[in-house]
Write a protein that binds this ligand. Structure first.
Ligand SMILES: Nc1ncnc2c1ncn2[C@@H]1O[C@H](COP(=O)(O)OP(=O)(O)O)[C@@H](O)[C@H]1O
Ligand SMILES: [Mg+2]
Length: 280
């Protein structure tokens, strides 16, 4: 049985139970002043598949990512990762346990080289004093191993020719690739990508899609935010739609793309509509 088959019997309704959930969210709320940005009653993310997280601008997708990955604190609620309560656990500790994320706005450091960015990801995630580590190559064998892994990933992401260039010289799309490559430095179990395709040109987009698909083939679990419905349909095993902080629908991509509430949520928001690329 493939991992995708594992979702075959799962109900296409908000909060549905999955056969093997890696992430389980319960009653997670985040209020900003009087505004409830996130209000997720129950959400399970199946292990080993790609789950697409969609929803109009302001739906609370990034805020939910921030909470789950320890970059923000919830007003209420709990969640488990791999069966263990990780509510409030800070980002660097979660990374050590295999849970990493990328940012909607890339956090690639322009004044460091591509390779330094990669090495920093490994060190940073280990919670060490990263600048010190960068300035003084002090971990010997470990450093060599980190560099070997970085080079291997740069090659895989076709960034090896940029290895010693300042990251500031990369195109927007290359920064995205670097951001994803960085996330892989810690050999993660769960990879959470916040709009990885934003600003990526069509050629690199296909590469990036291939890499995301590769994460699944390598047995990793992917949760990714995306607006382009073609991308979501192409690559997701399961789709979750948020609107106004809540999960309003979830199910297989073909079911969600025709879901009335999902369409209404997008049409009701002035900012953003699901985008479909023109056939070319
Ligand atoms: N730090 C913050 N302070 C106040 N409001 C915020 C903050 N972060 C997000 N919000 C608000 O929370 C809502 C959800 O935002 P966000 O999670 O970024 O949505 P999405 O990623 O789905 O577009 C929006 O109304 C946004 O303005
Ligand atoms: Mg966002």
């Amino acid at each position: 049985m493939t991992t995708t088959d594992a979702l075959a019997g799962v109900a296409a309704e908000p909060g549905s139970a999955k056969p093997d959930p890696l992430l389980v969210v319960d009653g997670v709320r985040r209020d900003f002043g009087g505004m409830r940005a996130v209000d997720v009653e129950h959400l399970e993310v199946q292990r080993g598949v790609i789950t697409g997280l969609i929803g109009p601008n302001g739906a609370g997708k990034t805020t939910l990512f921030n909470l789950l990955t320890g970059f923000d604190k919830p007003t209420a609620g709990r969640w488990t990762y791999d069966g263990q309560d990780v509510t409030g656990v800070p980002a660097h500790k979660l990374a050590r346990r295999g849970m990493v994320r990328t940012f909607q706005l890339t956090r690639v450091l322009s004044r460091l080289t591509v390779l330094e960015n990669m090495k920093l990801a490994a060190v940073d995630q280990r919670g060490e004093r990263f600048m010190a580590a960068l300035l003084r190559p002090l971990w010997g064998a470990q450093e060599a191993e980190v560099e070997r892994r970085a080079d291997e990933l740069l090659e895989r992401f076709l960034l090896h020719t940029k290895r010693d260039d300042y990251a500031g010289y990369l195109s927007g799309g290359q920064r995205r690739l670097l951001e994803v490559a960085r996330a892989l430095m810690v050999d993660p179990t769960l990879v959470m990508l916040d709009e990885p395709m934003a600003g990526v040109n069509p050629a690199l987009r296909q590469d990036l899609l291939g890499h995301i698909d590769g994460l699944r083939r390598a047995g990793r679990t992917v949760l990714f935010v995306e607006h382009d419905m073609d991308v979501v349909m192409e690559i997701s095993d399961w789709v979750v739609c948020m609107a106004q902080g809540r999960v309003i629908a979830e199910g297989p991509p073909a079911v969600i793309s025709g879901n009335r509430e999902v369409i209404d949520a997008y049409l009701g928001s002035q900012h953003d509509e699901p985008t479909y690329r023109e056939e070319s």
